[in-house]
Design a binder for this molecule. Structure first.
Ligand code: FES
Length: 573
């Protein structure tokens, strides 16, 4: 049933006749708004992660205005609220340390203010799950507006992809194959516009997952940031959120178990980032949906990769958009999707897919010619990862997917930096590089260190990939035979903590196994002499993180933020 103005949450702030409401109205007038501007209208918060510290969101001041235009047109009252930006490029040790902070900020911004619905402006990696997690917990009507990918990079006639080509050319520079001048030219050409990384990195992956989940307008996730369709999409989101408020359509009504299956399936079909595993599990738990690693693996096994996009494939997000975008891709996966799931657009996910056009079968492949017959992510288990680990099999070297080799162990990132290029490091192309203390607590924040650099002496010998194992994450733009998210992490005494140089590690992706060829008795003996390391942050947010963050297989949310009892509405007096 449609809400009436007196049913709006904001009515408690503005619509009643008491001392507090007088203050709320007079202070709204202080901003230049007349009562005709807001009285009886849904208040729409535009939570904006614009910041000079986040190049990917440089256009969000204007996009907030575009959303406002739509909200006004539809009879709502838009108010912009800034939130911490989590710019992937600058924040250290990792934005992942702060994902839950933005989730908390989003939730509490909405709870404490006279808000009826929200448009979320995010895009750079962690901002997508963070804002959706917060909005889900608050459960007010919400639409996500993704920042959109930047334009293709260019260098001397070559197309450059964010991140992926940085890693590739950095390896060439370390191998002595390119000079400083070339390196500077690459720096000038790789980031040509505002917007998120234009490979299928974490930002593009999470935007696609949000769309498949039903939390963006149909087609929104593929639109390049600099395309005029992007502000039109933002204004449309502004118009649409007003109706969502009147109809009281909340995130938990959209984000069902079936919708999460759709999000995972889409993620697998685009060869998406391994980070999506951690984020979607955390998002699902906020919505009260039991999504786990086994579900990822099951959906991955049945889903072909048909989005031929870097780093798994050949093309970039701009190509994907012109080829038909996510709607085109979903149209080719109809039999694998729950088409009846509702979206914030007001129609089902399947609505209109029959008419979705794919104009380039190279970029969005037909089902009979997939880039890979299985999805991008495989879940591994074994005595080295009792609670699971993941690998992006489509971005790995096929010949290394079944491999046994001796471990070369680095105790932490500093140890890795100090020794990886040591000419005396006892390493060969068959070695397995192991990084400890890079997980949710050890990093802290599970930094994207999982694509360990290839030792320089091997690079110079022509080696470009090796098996690497860590409890870290990996950038969605990265590639290589990297086993990630090993759980439990080494910092809390997971078996990864007890690996020693020379131990044999067996990787078998087709059998989903990750085995440390050390006996249980020997592992138990090594555990005897182990003492837990000290937590690195003695106070503040870092201490809160250390005390409450969950392991990778559980999504790295804080234990007290997952779905639980309802929090009462704030008293207004
Ligand atoms: Fe912002 Fe990659 S750095 S999306």
């Amino acid at each position: 049933m449609r809400k009436r103005p007196e049913d709006l949450r904001s009515h408690r702030w503005f619509g009643v006749d008491d001392l507090r409401a007088f203050g709320h109205r007079s202070r709204t007038k202080q901003m230049g708004f007349a009562s005709e501007d807001y009285a009886g209208k849904p208040v729409i918060a535009i939570v904006n992660t614009w910041s000079d510290l986040n190049p990917c969101h440089a256009h969000f001041r204007q996009r907030a205005e575009d959303v406002k235009r739509g909200v006004w047109q539809a009879g709502g009252f838009p108010l912009e609220a800034p939130a911490i930006s989590l710019g992937e490029t600058f924040m250290k040790p990792t934005t992942m340390l702060y994902r839950n902070l933005l989730a908390m900020e989003t939730e509490e911004l909405l709870r404490s203010n006279p808000v009826d619905g929200v448009v979320l402006l995010g895009g750079c990696d962690k901002t997508v799950p963070a804002m959706l997690m917060g909005a889900t917990s608050m459960n007010l009507p919400a639409i996500f507006v993704p920042a959109g990918p930047m334009l293709r990079g260019h260098w001397r006639g070559q197309t450059l992809g964010s991140g992926s080509d940085v890693w590739k050319f950095w390896a060439e520079k370390r191998a002595g194959a390119i000079d400083d001048c070339t390196w500077r030219e690459l720096e000038d050409g790789i980031a040509r516009s505002y917007g998120t990384c234009m490979t299928m990195g974490t930002a593009s992956t999470m935007a696609a997952a949000a769309e498949a989940l039903g939390m963006t307008l149909p087609g929104a996730s593929s639109i390049p940031a600099a395309d005029s369709a992007h502000p039109r999409m933002a204004a449309a989101a502004g118009r649409r959120i007003v109706d969502l408020v009147w109809d009281d359509v909340t995130p938990k009504a959209i984000m069902t178990a079936e919708a999460f299956d759709n999000a995972v399936t889409a993620t697998m079909a685009i060869g998406g980032s391994t980070n999506a595993v951690v984020h979607l599990i955390a998002m699902a738990r906020r919505a009260g949906v039991a999504l786990d690693l086994d579900r990822f693996d099951a959906l991955s096994r049945r889903t072909p990769v048909i989005g031929d996009i870097r780093p798994s494939g050949r093309f970039l997000m701009e190509d994907f958009y012109y080829a038909g975008g996510l709607r085109g891709l979903l149209a080719r996966l109809r039999d694998l999707l729950h088409l009846e799931c509702m979206t914030v657009g007001g129609q089902t996910l399947g609505h209109g897919l029959d008419e979705a056009v794919v104009s380039n079968d190279e970029v969005i492949r037909v089902r009979t010619n997939p880039a890979s017959v299985e999805g991008g992510v495989a879940v591994l288990r074994g005595n080295l990862a009792p609670h699971g680990a993941v690998i992006k099999q489509t971005a790995a070297t096929p010949s290394l997917l079944v491999h046994t080799g001796p471990a070369v162990v680095f105790a932490d990132y500093n140890d890795l930096s100090a020794r990886i290029d040591d000419p005396d490091l006892p390493v060969t192309a068959d070695s397995v590089l192991v990084l400890q203390h890079a997980g949710p607590l050890g990093g802290p924040g599970m930094p994207e260190w999982g694509m360990l650099p290839i030792p320089k002496k091997l690079l110079q010998a022509g080696v470009r990939d090796m098996v690497r194992v860590s409890d870290a994450r990996m950038s969605g733009t990265a590639y290589g035979t990297c086993v990630l998210h090993v759980a439990p992490e080494s910092f809390v005494g997971g078996p990864l903590a007890f690996v020693r140089d020379g131990d044999l590690i067996e990787l078998n992706v087709s059998e989903r196994r990750l085995t440390l060829q050390v006996s249980d008795a020997e592992l138990a003996a090594r555990r005897e002499g182990w003492t837990a390391p000290a937590v690195q942050y003695p106070r503040g947010y870092g201490k809160l993180h250390a005390e409450h963050v969950l392991q990778a297989d559980q999504g790295c949310d804080f234990d007290f933020l997952q779905a639980g009892e309802e929090i009462p509405e704030p008293e207004i007096h």
